[in-house]
Design a protein around this ligand. Structure first.
Ligand SMILES: [Zn+2]
Length: 391
């Protein structure tokens, strides 16, 4: 950190709340459904950057699909910090509000992308402009980079950071309700199969019911001791029995097979190489108490570990001090419940955190909204964090 504290408060005061919200409204009014975003959203963002003195570059992914990067150079060499978000949204199907209305009512801004994550894009843009106009960027480069395709349309973030968005550290602006999220959970989707012995229903007690056996397995899965472990900021790892199928091959017959799909989301303290043996141990003890139990399990896809920024990383200190300064109290630490771009940086050994306006519960909903007051707060946090980290 520098020997001179930048006059951050002056920069924060220059961020106009009404203008930040109006920009979010403007972006929501431009449809950008994932996979078929069209160029309007990207060119609007690129032109906004250029109009405010920030050199911008578009990266063509495919015809009609553009990523955008803006760049502000500091006074001296230093790390490249990327403020990142995605320009695309989920489709409009089933929505019960006007998806592009961008109406403000009851302190909320309504529309597709209001929460996930056009308000965050607006906050990042306004923050970048405030930083540029202040002339206070002491070292390094502040990048703002936005990709298409994050919501299922063919994610292009790897191309972004492989191209003009190449960076050394990143703040992912996904909705965290202004909490600081240290990383994202890992995962281990598995399939469990129980095998029984088919008999006529009238003689069910002489068969082995694969569904009944699976019921015991399910109870044991939810009772796995490693899933009761609590970690600071993360709480417990999460298990979800998400799909089950068994029986019905023949009517009036004891089912001889049952298959269960389970998804387990893992905290940093529960890597797949710890969960695997815990599962083996659980199945072994079930088999030991029930000689009729025939059960197998296997991963459905390769498991992945949780990612977490090192707790002594200067980027974490920068965002936490920025959030405390702007919001007036230290932010809550948590873990991001889903996947996001920060995982790629963290897996690469680079610092990344997730911080954004809006609550993830409102993302992808039929009446998506965001609390208006969070949008300018996020902008001020991004500006303060950038000036602190690149000071
Ligand atoms: Zn998102």
């Amino acid at each position: 950190m520098a020997d001179r504290v930048p006059p951050i408060d002056r920069v924060l005061e220059s961020i106009d709340a009404a203008e930040t919200v109006a920009l979010a409204q403007q972006l929501i009014r431009i449809p950008s459904i994932t996979g078929r975003e069209g160029t309007a959203i990207s060119t609007t963002v690129a032109e906004w950057l250029t109009a405010h003195g920030i050199p911008a570059e578009v990266q063509e992914i495919a015809p009609g699909r553009l990523n955008v990067v803006g760049r502000i150079e500091g006074a001296a060499p230093g790390p490249r910090l990327l403020l990142n978000g995605h320009l695309d949204t989920k489709p409009f199907d089933g929505m019960v509000i006007d998806p592009t209305g961008a109406v403000i009512r009851d302190g909320r801004l309504w529309g597709r992308g209001a929460c996930d994550m056009k308000s965050a894009i607006a906050a990042v843009l306004v923050a970048a402009r405030a930083v540029r106009e202040s002339g206070e960027l002491r070292r390094g480069t502040l990048l703002v980079g936005f990709e298409v395709g994050e919501e299922g349309g063919g994610w292009t973030f790897p191309q972004l950071i492989g191209g003009p968005g190449a960076c050394d550290a990143m703040i992912c602006a996904e909705p965290t309700n202004l909490e600081v999220h240290l990383g994202a959970r890992g995962g281990m989707p598995i399939v469990v199969t129980t095998f029984g012995l088919a008999t006529h229903t009238g003689m069910a007690s002489q068969g082995i019911n694969a569904i009944q056996k699976m019921a015991r397995v399910i109870e044991s899965l939810y009772a796995l001791p490693v899933l009761a472990e609590e970690e600071p900021a993360w709480g417990r790892s999460q298990l979800n029995c998400e799909q089950i199928e068994g029986g019905g091959k023949v009517t009036a017959s004891v089912p001889d097979r049952c298959e269960l799909k389970v998804d387990i989301r893992l905290n940093p303290g529960l890597p797949p190489e710890r969960l695997g043996p815990a599962l083996e141990e659980m199945f072994a003890s079930l088999r030991a108490t029930d000689p009729d139990l025939k059960v197998e399990w296997a991963p459905r896809v390769a498991p992945w570990r949780a990612t977490q920024i090192p707790l002594d990383a200067p980027l974490l200190a920068a965002i936490e001090s920025a959030a405390a300064r702007v919001v007036g109290r230290p932010p809550t630490r948590a873990g991001f419940p889903g996947g996001c771009s920060a995982m790629l940086l963290l897996n690469d050994g680079k610092p990344a955190v997730i911080f954004g306006p809006g609550h993830i519960q409102q993302a992808h909903t039929v009446d998506e909204w965001i609390a208006v007051e969070q949008i300018p707060l996020a902008a001020r946090v991004y500006a303060a964090a950038a000036l602190t980290y690149l000071s």
